[in-house]
Design a protein around this ligand. Structure first.
Ligand code: GLY
Length: 381
């Protein structure tokens, strides 16, 4: 496969985007192929710094390093101001910014910021329900006892913090949250709820539901992909077989319900036909998750070859059907992957670039071409 050629194509776009975005961060496009730019108001800023760190690790290009450092510098300020951080996506934000800088440059200030971010994530622990609350303030009437499957990708910040400090509390809490997610978000057939509600007064499990999916009991494809990757990363930390098994069951469901071109529709329970939006980012995340999963499967695992083949074919299909392509002059838009969707029922970015889709497309290429696994765990672990 042409992993390197496809990486080089993204580097051309990233170099152009560095001057285009300046100090701001790409979020999603809305029909015109241009990224809406945000400035530390969303959950997505880390994906741009993550793209810059991956691009620098691959290219060792000094201009890209400076851009990565500049983009990362503003994350400490956000932390100090506690600005737009009343949610669980602190892992997405800080693992791919200050956490990445620590991994790439062993920068001590970046390490400290990442630990401070982990402390902030811990404040979302709700001991009665035994969960990390996803959204909103403690005691929130609707979201007070709510988890979402996406949070599995924030837990690695807590694993990293335990590993760095020797304090088991971060990982102990993350483990309980992962177990609650395994028990209540993942269903018997390997499909998943997007979200689940607990009673904060009693800790009782109340019901599954959705936020961005087709309906409460449906399987939102991106959520399923977050689960594949998140449980595989929990396995990496604890080496607990049930986490690996859950990741695999989610992966099997994901793969078995894809259309022939392996580009997921936005929800597995939405009509699967060409008039429905796709979510290319779900396929990119699932490919990365499956590559992580495959690393932990023994050579004689009966599903291993099939899973690896899926990841390779999915990335090749994304390159063929979704990559924005062309020279900088002729390009159709500012992102890497077309046909991502953010919030279809809400009408937000329903056939667009989404910055996390770009990040995971590049991470998948880096994993396949260079063994660079992103920034979800300390290298060598
Ligand atoms: N974590 C939010 C999303 O996937 O849309």
């Amino acid at each position: 496969m042409n992993w390197n050629e496809w990486i080089e194509q993204t580097l051309d776009i990233t170099r152009t985007n560095i001057s285009r975005f300046q100090t701001r961060f790409p979020h999603v496009s809305q029909g015109d192929g241009k990224y809406q730019l945000v400035e530390h108001t969303d959950w997505t800023e880390g994906f741009w710094s993550g793209i810059l760190w991956l691009s620098y690790e691959y290219s060792r290009d000094e201009t890209i390093r400076q851009a990565a450092e500049a983009a990362t510098a503003s994350f400490q300020d956000r932390l100090t101001r506690r600005s737009h951080l009343e949610h669980h996506d602190i892992g997405f934000l800080y693992l791919l910014s200050t956490g990445a800088q620590w991994i790439v440059e062993q920068d001590e200030a970046a390490r400290k910021s990442t630990l401070e971010a982990a402390d902030l994530l811990l404040t979302r622990w709700r001991p009665t329900a035994r969960i990390l609350q996803a959204w909103g303030p403690e005691g929130d009437e609707i979201n007070g006892g709510r988890i979402i499957i996406d949070c599995l990708m924030n837990l690695p910040l807590l694993y990293w913090a335990s590993q760095q400090t020797g304090d088991p509390e971060y990982a102990d809490i993350a483990r309980i949250h992962a177990e609650q997610s395994q028990r209540f978000l993942v269903r018997g057939d390997g499909s998943s709820y997007h979200t689940f509600y607990f009673d904060t007064a009693t800790g009782d499990a109340v019901r599954g539901g959705t936020h961005q999916g087709y309906r409460d009991g449906s399987t939102w494809t991106r959520g399923q992909a977050w689960g594949i990757y998140g449980f595989a990363l929990s396995y990496r930390y604890f080496r607990e077989a049930s986490f690996l098994d859950t990741s695999k069951r989610l992966a099997r469901y994901f793969i078995d319900h894809l259309p022939a071109d392996l580009i997921a529709y936005w929800d597995f329970d939405a009509p699967q036909n060409e008039s429905e939006p796709r979510d290319s980012s779900a396929s990119a995340i699932a490919a990365c998750g499956v590559l992580e999963l495959v690393e932990h499967l023994p050579a004689d695992d009966p599903d291993r070859a099939d899973l690896l083949a899926f990841a390779e074919r999915a990335v090749a299909s994304l390159a063929k059907h979704c990559f924005s392509g062309g020279t900088n002059e002729a390009r159709e838009g500012e992102g890497f992957l077309r046909h991502g969707s953010y919030y279809v029922r809400g009408g937000i970015a329903t056939d667009d670039y989404v910055i996390w889709g770009d990040y995971f497309y590049l991470e998948a290429l880096m994993r396949l071409g260079h063994g660079i696994p992103g920034y979800w765990y300390e290298r060598g672990r």
